[in-house]
Design a protein around this ligand. Structure first.
Ligand code: 5BU
Length: 256
């Protein structure tokens, strides 16, 4: 197994290099999903949990009090605690439309988010549209190759074609949202949502695998954890525990 440091040397994608080095130096492969609806909550949690994470995942469109200065605050926190910002926008339209959704509108995602993701369903034009905006800014795109939710349609040939599409656009695509490792290409980073300390599901189709399963069995790189941290009685203690557990499993895989 290659270390994240070695993988940083094996990719020419500037953002992937940055993330691999950050994970290696900070010793964390935890991405926290802060699905909160007020800016105050988002900023407080980002500041509190920032030291534990490699990536902060947001859904800015669920904020009820969004103001444009949030992007400056998030960038300052990302710099202070050394994490990347990932807006989980799940783009899914034709190239022309997604390029506008990425660059324009009230959220101006391209200005502040290091990472974004997209459904490959529209075909490679979606990558070209996003790349046009993101490549000059050294941003990165994750393709959604698999989902965590019950009954989802992203499997089999769809997932296989997604991997091919990513490889063909590896100047901008730096990895996947997936439930397991999909390629041996060391440049591609696998992010896995639907992770908790204990397995289970929620009442709306979300399915959870454990940290151990995600890292040791499915061989993913980064675990995305939301409510197991944000809904814990002590979010910082939960984040510290999950971070340590995930890193211990990672190092036990011989990736050090
Ligand atoms: P949770 O609270 O740990 O269930 O949050 C999971 C987050 O990951 C949430 O923000 C989802 O939008 C996101 N997610 C997911 O759960 N499953 C997927 O397949 C994808 C994203 Br893609």
């Amino acid at each position: 197994m290659l270390s994240y440091y070695k993988r940083a040397c094996l990719t020419r994608h500037p953002l992937a290099q940055k993330l691999f080095k950050l994970m290696d130096e900070k010793r964390t492969n935890l991405c926290v999903a802060l699905d909160v609806t007020s800016q105050k909550q988002l900023i407080e949690l980002a500041d509190l949990l920032g030291p534990e994470i490699c990536v902060l995942k947001t859904h800015v469109d669920i904020l009820e009090d969004f103001t444009p200065d949030l992007k400056t605050t998030l960038r300052q926190l990302a710099h202070k605690h050394q994490f990347l910002l990932f807006e989980d926008r799940k783009f899914a339209d034709i190239g022309q439309t997604v390029s506008l959704q990425y660059e324009k509108g009230i959220y101006r995602i391209a200005e502040w988010a290091d990472l974004i993701n997209a459904h490959p369903i529209p075909g490679p034009g979606i990558i070209d549209g996003l790349k046009q905006v993101g490549l000059p800014l050294s941003r990165g795109l994750l393709l959604i190759a698999e989902m965590s939710s019950a009954g989802n349609l992203a499997n089999g040939l769809y997932t296989k074609k997604t991997v091919e599409m990513a490889e063909e656009h590896s100047d901008f695509v730096c990895g996947f949202i997936a439930q397991k490792k999909l390629t041996d290409n060391p440049a591609m980073i696998h992010f896995t949502p639907g992770v908790k300390m204990l397995p289970g599901k929620d009442s709306l189709g979300q399915r959870y695998r454990t940290v151990e399963d995600a890292i040791c069995v499915q061989k993913t790189d980064v675990i995305i954890v939301g409510r197991d941290i944000t809904h814990a009685a002590d979010p910082l203690a939960a984040a510290k525990m999950i971070r340590q557990t995930a890193w211990d499993y990672h190092t036990a895989q011989g990736k050090i």
